[in-house]
Design a protein around this ligand. Structure first.
Ligand SMILES: [Zn+2]
Length: 535
């Protein structure tokens, strides 16, 4: 009995390494094939990037963008659900069956007043004051979709189990959607979230990120109107309350830690000077390192609003949370797998024209003429929150606290730009964006195969998520159960500009590229005189 059992066991033990090698060889073969399949879709990458650029839609108004992307996914066999989590422009597209469920996301919204001719290295709007892609959110969906289509073909043929779940970051600029997507259960059966965001180089990190948590909130005051000259004593100005609140915040600013960021705009300051403002609304973004610190800031702002109302005999009419984000924490095992794929794919081969455009733009902005990325940095690690000086925010943070998540940054833009600016759109419908986005899709396809064929990475990701990331920190959303997505955001701006913008939507049936459609010679740069100074 004993001997016979050994006889059965021995061959198993001995063949184990051979079997593992076989898996590696298969993964390797499929990875090579996936890279070819992504490359074969270079034209699709260019079309998606150029199309979304031409739509230039602002947050919550990404109607053309979502119609186009979901149509494309449906044509390719994905099942699409629209209007997810109460947001008309949010959607989920699924294909495949079983585990693992891999959630691929990227933002889709633009920036106000950033309309800009691509490939032109100085300020020249397509339409003056219209919105545009002054952040580069026109490219990330192409990374995910093209990677998913390439890997889907392989999954079908090889009968690899797994589900691909694609979704958009709606209104990321207002931190407006992801907490609601989490609340609606979009990620409830997902194993890993692979998020992607435009950058000027490849990058990925794990652990606590340097992004700030944030609340976006509007404070609306109500007063009593009167003739500003005839009977000003009968009026109670909502604008007075608003300005006192803003002033209170300016005094508080001195006593806040350096990691905080806070800024505001006045979205309603009254109608005209001779009418005492009956209503006034101020919109704050309040940022700090974590949930607790942002909540402290938000509570302080609410007290200031009440104080300002007391001082002016006006009232606080409404305090509305319209967006929020946790500071992101990224998965170590998934980041390590992604980073290995970044190293394998490498940076795109930039042409002289690409470098000429980048340097001319950097010169125009007074930035260092660094050209385009030539070297990939190290895998990023955790920041120490106690020493963090803070920064921007992304509501991918909320997703990252619900399942293992990483953000892949890919090299589709130029360094030295201020961000949220017309100059950030210049490269975004040029070969720089096309090549960088294709390179991003190559990495994403490889990481998908890693997660599909190496269950250990997914298991390790959950071990890290449970035992390290969420050991002492539990996710509590900033949004209350009664809070709803601010789907009215940007509706007026888009209504104003869309009719003119429609004339410039990209038509791939007529033009090879959007540059061609706009009649732009690539690159268009200011002439440089002999002494190097710019004309
Ligand atoms: Zn962004």
């Amino acid at each position: 009995m004993r001997r016979s059992m050994l006889a059965v066991l021995l061959p198993l033990v001995m063949t184990a390494p051979v079997h593992a090698q076989g898996t590696d060889a298969r993964l390797e073969r499929l990875k090579t094939e996936a890279l070819e399949k992504v490359n074969a879709r270079a034209k699709l990458v260019q079309e998606i990037v150029d199309m979304l650029f031409s739509f230039g839609e602002l947050g919550m108004q990404e109607f053309e963008t979502s119609r186009y992307l979901t149509g494309l996914l449906q044509q390719n066999g994905f099942t699409v659900e629209r209007g997810v989590a109460g947001m008309p422009t949010a959607w989920v597209a699924r294909w495949g069956s079983g585990k693992p469920v891999l959630a691929l996301g990227s933002d889709i919204d633009g920036i106000p007043q950033s309309s800009q001719k691509p490939g032109v290295a100085y300020r020249e709007a397509v339409i003056n004051l219209a919105p545009g892609h002054g952040e580069g959110h026109n490219s990330g969906q192409a990374v995910n979709i093209v990677a998913a289509l390439a890997v889907k073909e392989i999954m079908e043929r090889e009968r690899i189990p797994g589900t691909l779940l694609l979704w958009p970051g709606v209104a990321e600029e207002q931190l407006g959607s992801k907490a609601f997507l989490v609340r609606a259960g979009v990620f409830k059966d997902a194993d890993v979230a692979l998020f992607t965001h435009v950058s000027n180089n490849f990058g990925v990190s794990w652990g606590q990120s340097g992004s700030n948590a944030m609340v976006s909130a509007q404070f609306r005051f109500r007063g009593e109107t009167a003739h500003s000259a005839g009977a000003p004593w009968r009026g109670r100005s909502a604008l007075d309350a608003l300005m006192l609140m803003a002033q209170a915040w300016e005094f508080r600013r001195e006593h806040l830690p350096p990691a905080q960021r806070s800024h505001y705009v006045i979205v309603d300051g009254g109608d005209q000077p001779n009418v005492v403002p009956q209503t006034a609304t101020i919109w704050f973004y309040l940022r700090e390192r974590d949930y607790a610190r942002v909540t402290e800031m938000y509570d302080a702002a609410k007290r200031m609003a009440q104080g300002a109302a007391l001082m002016t005999d006006a009232q606080v009419d409404t305090i509305m949370t319209i967006g929020s984000a946790w500071s992101a924490h990224f998965s170590r095992p998934v980041a390590e797998a992604t980073y290995a794929n970044i190293k394998r794919v490498g940076l795109p081969a930039w042409s002289n024209d690409d470098i000429t455009l980048a340097k001319a733009l950097q010169r125009e902005l007074g930035s260092r003429e660094a050209g385009l990325a030539t070297e990939i940095g190290d895998l990023g690690g955790p920041v120490n929150p106690e020493r963090s000086l803070g920064g921007g925010s992304d509501d991918i943070g909320d997703v990252s606290w619900n399942l293992p998540t990483v953000t892949l940054r890919y090299p589709a833009n130029v360094s030295g730009t201020p961000g949220h600016h017309w100059s950030n759109g210049i490269a975004m419908a040029t070969p720089i964006a096309h090549k960088g986005t294709l390179a991003g899709a190559r990495v994403q396809a490889l990481t998908l195969l890693d997660l599909l064929l190496q269950p250990k990475i997914v298991a390790d990701a959950w071990t890290y998520f449970r035992d390290v990331q969420t050991k002492d920190t539990k996710y509590t959303p900033f949004i209350l159960p009664t809070d709803q997505p601010a789907i009215w955001l940007n509706a007026e701006i888009m209504a104003k500009y869309r009719p003119e913008m429609q004339k410039y939507y990209y038509d791939p049936s007529k033009y090879g590229t959007y540059l061609e459609q706009l009649g732009i010679r690539y690159p268009t740069v200011k002439p440089v005189s002999d002494d190097g100074s710019q004309k």
